[in-house]
Design a protein around this ligand. Structure first.
Ligand code: ADP
Ligand code: ZN
Ligand code: ZN
Length: 802
């Protein structure tokens, strides 16, 4: 067994295969599949994943593996298989499919060290190497005469562990502490000897005489009002000393979270949990769709199902959308399972994320709560995967590999025989249709646990506002309700329903809109810097004073950015205190939480924001929800726009009246008769589902048809059109007669970063060989792809149509 099959880190279409390498003696019995290695590749040395170990190769002379990066595999056997499946499903490179499963830290530069685990007795050789230290750099091991097998044995026996230290994070992980080196009476003596002019030094000594314990250097310096040089002077005198204390990068203070007990389930909850428990009990894969209105107690069902899984000694993955992974949400899981929970959130630093991932890898936790990529958690004994808000589009990755977390969850559940639970108040049509056909089990929760009715929704026709002479973006009714609410000391959530929250500039004389010179898209006006910026490339320019087309000076800003809404809101209601939440105000780490905390402490009356405020928030004092422009998404070139509008309106309505105070929702719209707005205001999912299914059937969209979107880009316009035409023709010859190929057409954004974009959309019902066909056709363009910089992007089951 001295041949390793390796997938190397060269993201190229031509190299998407395994390569054979010889395993040198020092690595036999050490190397297992799932480990990363360094191998020679041409003139370079690169990283690769060992996917298989065999004893034969069809090649004669193999190059040896240079270095082994892990002594414990970073990918389990299951994940290696999953990677294969993922690459095939999404038509991605194998290396990309494997990389996506690992935390960022393992992809960047780091230092390795060997940590001795407390209380463990080591072999004599290792004791020699450690020489009484707790930690040694990995290089010391490599320089020693010890072999890898020896070390691996110690790792497997839990005597030592290999840690990866991300270089840039070291400073964050440690803090300096200062402590007195002498007893108090000696400090007093020293004080006596210190010159009167050394005022700061004296102050520090006086401080330690009164508080003879260690203290964070930072706090000490603050208290005394001095700098490190003063401390250093005292260290030199032998009076003080410092040491580095490791502070665990735990972003959540677990001990401060109050523990909760399972609640006795309501009848509807009981019914919903039964099929889940049965599936856990029987080790049988099943997908259960929990369709429950907001506040119906879905999360409590998840918690109790997980408890069963833990009881069986198994593990659980809970996916929640990035933006609802709020401290409130984390608290509910940590409140029930305490330290048994890891949290994978993109707001964590790379080091923090890695810490959480290591807890999973080392089996220190049984539950992970996280955003999309947590679906790849390296658990080896999974008992359940739960996807909350399963309709969220953020579960689809819009970059290679273009996977949907739901598909990955079901694949893992099928292979490992455990249930997958999908929860939502507004399930996707795809999932609901599967439940209707009996492919999934359906559990329905119609009541809120507090027995309060869902808040009443009033739609306001903005056309009649305009006719009545109201040119503001706030209807009279909404104004009145907001004033009322503030007067009563209650709070308001205002949603600006826009995907782009951007403002563009347009000439009022000729209608010219300023676009990016590299991308065919309007530039966005940024008020603070007074610049026009492109959201697709980094282009920016100053705002022109006159129109570049007609020289008119009537240049105006258009679009309703949150900033502008805030301005006109405070003009109309000067007493209103507003917190604005959008990409601009939440860019900094922790800003999101801070704004939400301030709102919950009633430091503002109104929370104004984009989609990010619609999800998962739960504020006792919110009694009014206003939607400023309900229909702004309806006209986007996306067949899901009605569905998304319905989902968003339902979600945001659920933010009002969650507690004792009754809630109310005002929805402003120019199309009050549109079925998605009408039915959302009645919370009528069933009818919406029927109506929308009829549309999808008529226009041949999912769930009646599957989709594949192929985008081809090139710097030359003529070449991209030609290539896309050829692509479509070649594909048409392969697919069945019922398959439809639309295009070539220019992409909705026809040029990005100076590359022209054309696309074709494949609609199919049954085309089992489609992936192979697409690969074959792509292969015919191989030369162009390599030489002429042609790019082919395949998105199976696309969500982003723009
Ligand atoms: P959802 O996830 O469906 O929006 P939650 O799980 O957040 O609903 O439940 C809404 C509220 O009801 C929460 O405050 C929760 O603690 C409470 N709750 C859930 N189940 C029960 C129950 N069986 N008895 C009493 N209160 C419950
Ligand atoms: Zn003009
Ligand atoms: Zn641009």
């Amino acid at each position: 067994m001295n041949v390793a099959k390796v997938i190397v880190d060269v993201p190229s279409f031509a190299i998407d295969q395994t390569f054979d390498y010889e395993i040198p003696d020092r690595f036999t019995h050490v190397l297992t599949p799932g480990m990363r290695v360094i191998v020679p590749f041409g003139p370079r040395k690169i990283m690769g994943f060992v996917v298989e170990i065999t004893d034969t190769s069809s090649f004669n002379k193999l190059k040896p593996i240079e270095e082994v990066l892990d002594l414990v595999p970073v990918l389990t056997k299951e994940l290696l298989d999953l990677g294969k499946w993922l690459a095939h499903r999404t038509l991605s490179l194998s290396i990309v499919a494997l990389q996506v499963m690992l935390p960022q830290v393992l992809k960047s530069k780091y230092k390795k060290e060997i940590n001795r685990l407390s209380g463990e007795v080591l072999s004599d050789e290792l004791e020699d190497l450690f020489q009484g230290r707790d930690v040694i750099p990995f290089e010391e091991f490599e320089a020693s005469a010890l072999n890898y097998q020896h070390l691996k044995k110690a790792v497997d026996a839990g005597e030592v562990q290999i840690d990866y230290i991300v270089k840039s994070k070291i400073t964050k992980k440690f803090e300096t502490f200062v402590y007195p080196k002498k007893e108090i009476h000696l400090l007093e003596e020293a004080l006596h000897d210190l010159s009167q002019s050394a005022r700061k030094q004296r102050a520090i000594i006086e401080f330690f005489i009164e508080n003879p314990q260690e203290i964070k250097q930072k706090s000490l310096l603050q208290t005394i009002g001095t700098t490190t040089s003063t401390v250093k002077a005292l260290i030199d005198k032998g009076l003080l000393d410092t040491y580095q204390k490791e502070t665990y990068r735990n972003p959540y203070n677990d001990d401060a979270i109050e523990r909760t007990d399972p609640l006795p389930l309501k009848p509807e909850q009981q019914q919903a949990i039964e099929p889940i428990l049965a599936s856990i009990e029987n080790n049988e894969h099943e997908v259960i769709l929990v369709h429950g209105v907001t506040g119906s107690g879905k999360t409590e069902i998840y918690l109790q199902a997980i408890q069963e899984v833990i009881k069986k000694g198994k593990e659980a993955i809970v996916l929640v959308p990035e933006i609802s992974l709020t401290p409130q949400m984390v608290k509910r899981f940590k409140g029930r399972f305490g330290r048994n929970v890891a949290v994978m959130h993109s707001a964590l630093s790379a080091g923090e994320k890695f810490d959480e991932w290591r807890k999973i890898q080392r089996k220190e936790v049984q539950v992970v709560v996280g955003a999309r990529s947590a679906i790849f958690s390296p658990f080896e004994n999974l008992g359940i995967i739960i996807i909350d808000e399963e309709h969220e589009t953020s579960y689809k990755q819009e970059d290679q590999p273009r996977y949907h977390a739901r598909d990955v969850a079901i694949k893992r559940g099928m292979d490992q025989n455990f249930p997958v639970v999908l929860g939502s108040a507004t399930p996707t049509l795809e999932s609901y249709a599967r439940a209707a056909k009996g492919v999934y089990k359906l559990a329905t929760l119609t009541k809120r646990t507090n027995d309060k009715p869902l808040p009443e929704v009033i739609t306001v026709d903005m056309r009649s506002e305009l006719h009545a002479g109201n040119r503001t973006m706030f209807s009279r009714l909404l104004m009145e309700k907001i004033r009322d609410c503030i007067a009563k000391g209650e709070q308001i959530v205002l949603l600006l329903n826009r995907r782009g929250y951007s403002t563009f500039i347009m000439c009022r004389d000729c209608g010219h809109v300023k676009e990016c010179p590299h991308c065919d898209i309007a530039l966005t006006y940024h008020k603070n810097s007074h610049l026009l910026k492109c959201h697709y490339c980094s282009y920016e320019e100053a705002v022109p004073n006159v129109c570049p087309e007609c020289s008119s000076d009537l240049i105006r800003y258009f679009g309703t950015g949150t900033q502008r809404v805030e301005e006109s809101l405070t003009q109309l209601i000067p007493e209103a205190r507003v917190i604005r939440m959008d990409v601009d105000t939440t860019r900094r780490k922790g800003a999101h939480e801070k704004l939400l905390r301030e709102f919950s402490e009633h430091k503002a009356d109104i929370l104004l924001g984009t989609q990010m405020i619609a999800k998962g928030l739960d504020f006792e004092n919110v009694t009014l929800v206003g939607v400023l422009t309900a229909d702004s998404m309806l006209h986007l070139p996306d067949f899901r726009s009605s569905e998304k509008t319905f989902q968003l309106l339902t979600q945001v309505s659920g933010r009002a009246g969650r507690h004792d105070l009754p809630g109310e929702v005002i929805v402003q719209t120019y199309t009050p008769d549109h079925y998605s707005i009408e039915l959302a205001s009645e919370y009528n999912f069933e009818d919406f589902y029927k109506k929308e299914m009829a549309m999808r059937r008529a226009f041949r969209y999912p769930p009646y048809y599957y989709l594949a979107l192929i985008t081809i880009t090139h710097e030359n316009h003529v070449q991209v059109v030609q290539a896309t035409q050829q692509f479509v023709q070649q594909l048409l010859m392969k697919v069945g007669p019922e398959t439809i190929i639309l295009g070539p057409t220019p992409s909705p954004i026809p040029r990005i970063k100076d590359r022209y974009r054309y696309q074709c959309m494949i609609k199919y019902k049954h085309e089992p060989e489609l992936r192979t066909f697409i690969q074959e056709v792509t292969n015919n363009f191989k030369e162009q792809i390599q030489k002429h910089d042609l790019q082919v992007i395949v998105d199976m089951q696309p969500y982003q149509m723009m």
